[in-house]
Ligand binder design. Structure first.
Ligand code: 6PG
Length: 237
């Protein structure tokens, strides 16, 4: 599989560009089926997108079922919480009528029970899956060489990662594989280098979990794109 790489004209317009692309996909799902399951990610890149969407109300927000691809094991009002991030940015004005949000209760001391409960609530197929990417190539809380990358039964599991707030819950590769539209959110030269390396081989997702998203659409800024060498499927906005 090879990704569809879309590039914003410059890094300043990346959030507006990404919101427009994602918003169109959500729009089509809602027009066709009246509902769109949108799985959100954490991280600063996503935060930039969420803040832009909140300020510009560019996303069609009727009929969206929001949920999370991962969460840190912290209270829901903690600064490290992905839920808190979304509620102070994308949904700062509250959950719009006709929408819903499904929080990962990762603060539950019984993380196994919380993961099992959450995986029962998420659909077989997520319509729109947003994924930020770390500079180590991780997505959601699927970190390089984690045993969770080979989980093929569970959809959501507890995990201990190398990044601050090590204790987390995350979707597993099967959820990514079943997603309808995957959008990778990545900006800057360092992430561009990681993406370029990921493109060199479709195989080894254990060392670069971002390879699980090779079938998706990568929403990059021009700095990230400049690091992608010898790749033809790049569309510049
Ligand atoms: C998380 C995210 C994680 C994030 C990447 C990129 O909960 O931390 O799910 O996968 O998207 O680490 O984060 P930045 O955009 O801050 O680089």
């Amino acid at each position: 599989m090879i990704p569809n790489i879309l590039v914003s004209p410059d890094s300043g317009s990346w959030a507006d560009f990404a919101a427009d692309v994602i918003g169109r996909t959500i729009d089509v799902a809602i027009t066709n089926r009246g509902v769109c399951q949108v799985m959100l990610t954490g991280g600063k890149t996503a935060e930039r997108l969420y803040e832009h969407c909140s300020k510009t109300s560019v996303l069609p927000l009727k009929g969206v079922r929001f949920m999370f691809g991962d969460e840190r094991c912290v209270p829901l009002d903690h600064s490290e919480s992905n839920y808190a991030l979304v509620m102070k940015t994308l949904l700062a004005k509250g959950v719009p009528s006709g929408c819903s949000i499904l929080r990962m209760e990762a603060e539950n001391p019984d993380r196994e029970a919380a993961a099992k409960a959450y995986e029962k609530l998420i659909p077989e197929k997520i319509d729109v899956l947003l994924l930020g990417m770390g500079e180590d190539g991780h997505i959601a809380s699927l970190f390089p060489h984690s045993s969770v990358l080979q989980e093929n039964k569970r959809k959501v599991v507890p995990v201990t990662g190398p990044k601050p707030t090590p204790e987390r819950m995350t979707i597993t590769p099967g959820v990514i594989a079943c997603a309808g539209s995957i959008f990778v959110l990545a900006t800057g030269a360092e992430k561009g280098k990681v993406l370029n390396e990921a493109l060199q081989s479709a195989e080894d997702f254990l060392s670069l979990p971002i390879r699980l998203a090779l079938g998706g659409t990568w929403l990059l800024d021009n700095e990230a794109e400049a690091q992608i060498l010898n790749y033809s499927k790049i569309n510049r906005a």
